[in-house]
Design a protein around this ligand. Structure first.
Ligand code: ADP
Length: 542
């Protein structure tokens, strides 16, 4: 067989040769922006020319601080295909973390969307590696800033030829990098190679996985700065699906629903928090999205109540699991042929089966001993495969690989005899009470099944006798604010969880703090909870 290098240039070749007429649609303040792949390709070539003229060399890191839009997609192709490394910056990182990742990656050129200039401006004067900032705008000037002279993206492109002689790349060259969001310690860089991205793309496309086809209209609401938008941009390019980008209008259910409806989306993708508000909006307005056949959902476990609510408004969720370090696709919960209809929901709520190309095992985190797939024993998920990280950029956290080369994910799960993965918790979130483990995820899901509850997050707080006890933080649905009590929640849980799992306390809050990628931020809850407990015990003032 030929020794053919697997690179992203192949995806670029396909959009140019086969899918010129297919569209990339981006939401704008008013209406949408449309461009065909046929018109995108010359722009990608011009962009590569501009990068070369700016002095970008093979292996240089080029950063993007951008929303999901067509220019970001141009960068997704031009940077890796000309031999440089696409470094997508998480725009929701704290400024100190953003500064850290730009320095750590040693980014040389940075592309920024006009609306994100204020974020970058917080780092003015602190980015010594960045030789040039390029502004992406539709013509409006950049907001006030101290970033120095920025080049204009469109002007840069205009000055270049619409042809570009792509270099010959090796498949093991770095193509892209993404930092974990740093829930503990500094963010850590994960470097994706051309080969890993190529094989991941093929994995994503399989029918029992995300199953994108040319006929699909794909709407990735998961940010392009987060694990390459779950690999969807390249997967769409490989098979020629039309893509819809939300730009900065990601968090608002109305605009998500309207865009999906108007552009006839068939596949939506995003984290559970997006679907909680979307399901409520659809229910309230009566609007339906009959063309959508799949809502890919990952990033955190799908609460049962959410999957049921989505089923009720005609949206079928496909549960997927993964992490930045797994490119990210690790498992998908497609229902297998022998599962009777009454058991389908149960199976869809698991994290599903490990995808072809990846191997999985669970192991006791302390002893490392492998545990059986009996649906009872739970331990840390370990994975290996060609799109699984072997370590972090600059050698951080070297202990992530086991002695025999499996990646330690930090997720705790059971696996049943049929191979369904059921994530119990993250190792750092599991609650250890009296020597036994309580799954914060299971408790949250049970509480979120209460009709008056919108969201619930559970953490373990220190306890003198039991080491830790669960405390639930609950957000009531707007119409039930102030009308749901702690006892009501505890009563509701009585026949759903073991007695010793019942939270010691239920505290009502207005909103669960979220991480930069929309997951419950338990670190913040823990920090605040300690403060609340201390205040509560302090003698009353005066
Ligand atoms: P971060 O680590 O910065 O939150 P990632 O997206 O890499 O960003 O997070 C990966 C983690 O998210 C996984 O290790 C797991 O804990 C959690 N996760 C992802 N998908 C699921 C899912 N379907 N069910 C439960 N947890 C999930």
């Amino acid at each position: 067989m030929q020794d053919y290098d697997l690179t992203l240039q192949h995806v670029l070749w396909r959009i140019e040769k086969l899918f010129r007429r297919k569209e990339v649609v981006t939401k704008r303040e008013q209406g949408v922006h449309r461009i065909s792949y046929g018109d995108l390709v010359p722009r990608i070539n011009q962009l590569a020319g501009a990068l070369k003229r700016l002095g970008v060399k093979p292996g240089d890191r080029v950063a993007t601080l951008a929303w999901n839009n067509w220019r970001h997609l141009e960068l997704y192709y031009a940077i890796p295909c000309m031999g440089a490394v696409l470094h997508t910056l998480n725009l929701r990182l704290f400024p100190k973390d953003l500064e850290f990742v730009i320095k750590d990656a040693d980014d040389t050129i940075l592309f920024v969307d006009r609306t994100l200039v204020p974020i970058l401006n917080q780092l003015a004067g602190k980015l010594p590696s960045v030789k040039q900032i390029v502004l992406m705008t539709d013509g409006e000037p950049a907001p006030e800033n101290q970033l120095g002279k920025m080049l204009d993206y469109e002007a840069l492109l205009k000055a270049e030829s619409p042809e570009f002689a792509w270099p010959v790349l090796e498949e093991r060259n770095a193509a892209a990098m993404c930092y974990t969001s740093g829930t503990t310690g500094n963010p850590k860089g994960v470097v994706y190679s051309h080969r890993s991205q190529f094989i991941h793309t093929m994995g994503v496309l399989q029918v029992d996985n995300l199953a994108l086809s040319e006929r699909d209209v794909v709407f990735p609401i998961v940010p392009m700065f987060h694990a390459n938008s779950w690999g969807l941009p390249y997967a769409c390019g490989m098979v020629g699906s039309k893509v819809i980008f939300p730009d900065r209008f990601m968090g608002d259910a109305k605009s998500v629903v309207e865009l999906a409806r108007d552009e006839e989306a068939t596949i939506l993708a995003g984290v559970p928090t997006i679907w909680t508000t979307t399901a409520a909006y659809l229910k309230e307005t009566g609007i339906r999205l009959p063309k959508v056949h799949t809502v890919i959902c990952g990033g955190s476990a799908i609460p049962r109540a959410l999957m049921v609510a989505m089923d009720e408004v005609g949206l079928r969720m496909l549960h997927a699991w993964g992490m930045t370090e797994t490119s990210p696709l690790g498992s998908t919960a497609r229902v297998r042929s022998w599962v009777p209809p009454e058991e389908e929901l149960e199976k869809r709520l698991t994290q599903g089966l490990v995808v072809p190309g990846v191997e999985i095992r669970i192991a006791d985190p302390a002893s490392g001993v492998e545990l059986p797939w009996d649906g009872v024993a739970f331990g840390e998920i370990q994975v290996r495969g060609s799109w699984i990280a072997s370590g972090y950029y600059n050698g951080y956290d070297p202990g992530k690989l086991t002695d025999d080369g499996w990646f330690r994910t930090g997720d705790v799960a059971k696996i049943d005899p049929d191979g369904h993965i059921l994530i119990v918790d993250r190792t750092k979130d599991v609650i250890k009470s009296g020597g036994e483990w309580i799954s914060s995820v299971d408790l949250e899901n049970a509480i979120m099944g209460h009709p008056k509850v919108l969201e619930a997050a559970v953490i373990g707080l220190p306890h003198p006798k039991w080491d830790e006890r669960p405390v639930a933080f609950v957000v009531a649905r707007p119409e039930f604010k102030g009308k749901v009590s702690e006892d009501e929640i505890k009563d509701f849980l009585k026949d759903k969880v073991a007695k010793w799992w019942l939270p010691d306390e239920v505290r009502f809050i207005d909103e669960v703090p979220k991480t930069s990628v929309g997951k419950f931020d338990k670190k913040v809850l823990r920090g605040n909870a300690a403060a609340i407990a201390t205040t509560a015990e302090a003698p009353a003032k005066g």
